[in-house]
Design a protein around this ligand. Structure first.
Ligand code: C5P
Length: 241
């Protein structure tokens, strides 16, 4: 069954305040999205990858993909105004015979091969699978205008959603085709559109290290975690363990 990956990487990175567009952000001197792209390159269950970014970065990304020897990145296409627009462009660029679609944020460099494989395998039994982790802090809902608490949510039923998110191609295409008008704030992940179809979305235990690079402090945390991983890889032992 043909499996294609869509990597949305067309965010402006406004919340990062790093002075660098998110698509060209480097972590430990390496383009952030290369970390995930290498995981997909090495995953035997993935056939090819569609990278979605801004047009002005096509050349940089073409060069980076070639320099890194990434053979599975078959297309680099233009993103849209919102994340959902970017994913929608990615869906339109998929091959006709693709049956499984994995969507992974380019801003999550700490995804593991194990999580990717587990999510794809689980998608043989479910038409929508999302990685997520149980919420650790207490979460309250507040009136955004007055900043007063309106209610405290039951933490035991709350999950923080990550990517990868994996779908049967016909389901995610239908979900996007029927998405209708909506703001970026409503469509912050892909599964929400599948939920609207009434299709069950299965949760796969994610990884607390699989953080999304959104604000400046995430860069510091991710670089530390990535250094730890490469130290593990080089001498078989994790630093500080
Ligand atoms: O904005 P957010 O942090 O949710 O973005 C998640 C991912 O979606 C990032 O990898 C970002 O580059 C991507 N994105 C996109 N097109 C947009 C906005 C975000 O591809 N218009």
């Amino acid at each position: 069954m043909k499996t294609q990956v869509i990597i949305p990487l067309a965010g402006s990175g406004a919340r990062l305040n790093a002075g660098t567009p998110k698509a060209l952000l480097k972590l430990n001197h390496k383009l952030m999205a290369l970390y995930a792209l290498e995981i997909f390159e090495d995953c035997g269950l993935v056939d090819s990858v569609v990278l979605v970014t801004q047009k002005q970065f096509f050349n940089e990304w073409l060069a980076a993909v070639q320099a890194a020897g990434l053979k599975k990145v078959k297309r680099i296409i233009e993103g849209g105004v919102t994340r959902a627009d970017s994913v929608s462009n990615g869906l339109a660029a998929l091959d006709d015979d693709t049956r499984i679609v994995l969507i992974h944020d380019g801003a999550r460099p700490l995804v593991t091969g194990q999580l990717v494989s587990d999510a794809i395998w689980l998608c043989h039994d479910y038409s929508a699978v999302i990685a997520a982790v149980p919420v650790k802090p207490t979460v309250k809902q507040a009136d955004t205008r007055t900043l007063t608490v309106t209610r405290t949510l039951d933490r035991s039923s709350l999950w923080e959603v990550q990517t990868p998110q994996v779908f049967h191609a016909e389901v995610i295409k239908r979900a996007y085709a029927e998405r209708g008008p909506g703001t970026a704030a409503l469509f912050t992940d892909d599964a929400v559109l599948v939920e609207r179809l009434g299709v069950p979305v299965k949760i796969l235990m994610g990884d607390y290290k699989n953080i999304k690079i959104t604000t400046g402090e995430d860069i510091v945390i991710a670089e530390a975690l990535l250094s730890g991983l490469s130290a593990e890889g080089s001498n078989g032992q994790a630093i500080g363990k």
